[in-house]
Design a protein around this ligand. Structure first.
Ligand SMILES: [Zn+2]
Length: 233
């Protein structure tokens, strides 16, 4: 199985294939890691593999906070805040995971493929990969879609709403690849699309990638690669 599209987006598709066992390895490793989710109310601590977390209702992030800030007439501010929050969470999760599991920079494809599984475990949404260019330089790019983004499901208005998810994806993939990647949402369920679609690429190319027709094809024209996060047991 390949994420590579027939039609040759990639210079040499044979060098950029993702085999099913690569996905299975990524999904299994994240599932094993996620077994270390712990809650200790006596100490008021929630942690994942030793990284402290705080539980926040998704409706607050998806609906109530944007609504509260919109009343201040600053909708751009909330998009920026949520995006940057997502970047920081994605980077933090990725850094902790790679360090804990001893996944070094030479194992970049594995680092990339664990991102979608962790994304689901963190409650941000499911992930299907539609395209990925595994040039390990400014050419790196990924096209993700999600049908279960909570930001879209709980959005209070019909606008692109998955700023947190885009930030998380770009933050994880930045840590995975060692590149400074940015992301943008090019379709969102909150505005009526069937699925949310995220483009992630190098900061110097993200605007061009977002406009690229190869990112906007109908779903059945991609070799869709689902990353099904599953429990370890
Ligand atoms: Zn969305």
């Amino acid at each position: 199985m390949r994420i590579v599209q027939a039609g040759g987006w990639f210079p040499d598709p044979a060098q950029h294939s993702v085999e099913p066992e690569m996905v299975a390895r990524a999904v299994a490793e994240v599932a094993d890691y996620q077994q270390r989710f712990e809650r200790d109310p006596g100490r008021a601590r929630v942690s994942l593999a030793g990284v402290p977390h705080a539980l926040i209702p998704t409706a607050i992030v998806a609906r109530d906070l944007p609504s509260a800030l919109a009343k201040r007439d600053d909708s751009q501010a909330v998009a920026l805040v949520l995006h940057e929050l997502g970047v920081l969470i994605g980077r933090t999760h990725a850094t902790a995971f790679f360090e804990d599991r001893g996944i070094d920079e030479d194992d970049r494809l594995h680092r990339v493929l664990t991102g979608p599984a962790h994304f689901a475990w963190a409650g941000f949404g499911d992930v299907n990969l539609l395209l990925m260019d595994t040039s390990w330089d400014v050419g790196f790019a990924a096209l993700w879609e999600s049908v279960s983004s909570f930001s879209a499901a709980d959005a209070g208005s019909r606008v692109r709403s998955c700023h947190l998810q885009v930030g998380y994806a770009s933050g994880w993939l930045s840590e995975a690849t060692g590149q400074t990647l940015h992301g943008t949402e090019i379709a969102c369920r909150a505005e009526g699309a069937h699925r949310c679609r995220f483009v992630i690429g190098h900061e110097s190319r993200i605007h061009a990638l977002a406009q690229d027709p190869r990112m906007h094809k109908d779903r059945d024209r991609y070799d869709v690669l689902p990353i099904h996060a599953v429990r370890a047991d």
